[in-house]
Design a protein around this ligand. Structure first.
Ligand code: PMP
Length: 397
């Protein structure tokens, strides 16, 4: 059977692939430590599971509205008002099967062949692949460690053309952990003020900010709010990656278009999962505070250990749960041409899985997820250190 060109040219998600590979090795009895996953290591809070279960037992197991369960949309409306000072009508809110699926719908609904989408690099690879699926053209705007991998008006200006339709902005960021400040967002909003452009603001890591605060670019001005579609969800905020609930808030015409597409794709998101998300938004604020504290501790520990490694340079991430160190020099000194080769050898010799920066369009770095318990992180960092020291020793001999 012939597979379509569309799918043949689509890249696989390297993060998902590496996670699957480590799972297979684990099943073979190999003691693999994976710091490649983009999800919290613990189970969804009990009360969320309990509520979804109760609602399912009460018969809430049928299709619901295509744009989302009304109770959940109300909770999202409340949340956006409370946490982001953004008010949306209910027809400006859409619930999909995870932020990933919501993003797909948006690119499909907005892009015509040849329309350009500016994606700052390093980037979460799904953006560029989804843009290509929608026959758009990803335009990669290179950012550097000097500016904590953040986009500035100056960089953006080099990539804007008359074909630019969308800018993707992800803060807190995967893979860098960077968080845009109010001033940085204001500068971007000022630059975009007279431009006819849609901003997709992916804020899925909102609750995981350790220094400073999370601010949505949509809250910069009424004009900016009109241009922005905010993406969020419960995957990362409530350890709910497997439930698959994410959402978009923005222009009602766009919401109506993605709902039309959804009616032919999914009908409606899993009903019990949407009730679970309702329960997530009903949880006490203390849950999120404790969650944030836990990840902050992990960030500090992971960062300290990372910068102790020879030749490594790493910005201190302010959010999400990733480190994105520059690793090229370490790889070279250890005798590897590329960071990819270094990581392959690390996995096969020391059984530690990390994601190469090439998966994010930034091949001289790697991504480490610290969404694991302290012992696991310490053991992985220890193995990494031993691996580097052994390689350096071999070269010296
Ligand atoms: N955006 C970013 C930046 C992510 O890292 C992820 C998950 N890896 C998503 C969106 C998708 O999240 P969801 O589970 O809601 O599909």
């Amino acid at each position: 059977m012939q597979i379509s060109k569309r799918i043949k040219t689509l890249s696989r998600s390297q993060t998902v692939e590496i996670t699957n590979l480590s799972r297979c090795l684990k099943n073979e009895g190999i003691d693999v430590i994976s710091l490649s996953v983009g999800e919290p290591d613990f189970t969804t809070p009990e009360e969320i599971i309990h509520y979804a279960n109760t609602m399912a037992k009460q018969g809430n197991t049928k299709y619901v509205a295509t744009d989302g369960l009304p109770e959940l949309k109300l909770k999202i409306q409340e949340k956006m008002q409370r946490d982001n000072a953004l008010s949306y009508d209910l027809d400006e809110i859409f619930v999909g099967s995870g932020a990933k699926q919501v993003l797909y719908n948006i690119f499909m609904a907005l892009l015509d062949p040849g329309d350009e989408v500016v994606v700052p690099n390093p980037f979460w690879v799904t953006y560029t692949e989804q843009v290509k699926l929608a026959e758009g053209v990803p335009v990669i705007a290179h950012t550097t460690a000097e500016n904590e991998y953040k986009l500035t008006p100056k960089i953006l200006d080099q990539f804007m053309t008359e074909k630019t339709k969308i800018l993707v902005l992800n803060s807190p960021n995967n893979p860098t952990g960077s968080v845009y400040t109010r001033e940085e967002l204001k500068a971007l909003a000022d630059y975009l003020d007279d431009k006819d452009i849609i901003v997709i603001a992916d804020e899925i890591y909102e609750v995981l900010v350790y220094d400073g605060e999370h601010i949505s670019i949509a809250s910069m001005s009424e004009k900016m709010k009109k241009k922005t579609i905010v993406i969020n969800g419960v995957s990362k905020s409530h350890a709910m990656t497997g439930w698959r609930v994410g959402y978009a808030c923005g222009d009602r015409e766009v919401i109506s278009a993605i709902t039309k597409l959804q009616s032919q794709l999914v009908s409606s998101v899993s009903t019990p999962a949407q009730y679970a998300a309702v329960a997530a938004y009903d949880m006490e604020r203390t849950f999120l505070d404790e969650y944030n504290q836990l990840f902050r501790k992990r960030r500090d520990n992971a960062y300290k250990k990372m910068v102790e490694l020879p030749y490594v340079e790493c910005i201190k991430p302010q959010g999400a749960f990733y480190l994105f160190p520059y690793f090229k020099d370490t790889a070279k000194k250890c005798g590897f041409n590329t960071v990819d080769d270094f990581l392959k050898a690390l996995l096969s010799e020391k059984h530690v899985a990390l994601v190469p920066g090439s998966a994010f369009g930034y091949p001289n770095n790697l991504r480490l997820s610290y969404a694991v318990d302290e012992d696991t992180l310490n053991e992985a960092m220890n193995r990494l250190k031993i691996f580097i020291n052994e390689k350096l020793e071999n070269i010296r001999k």
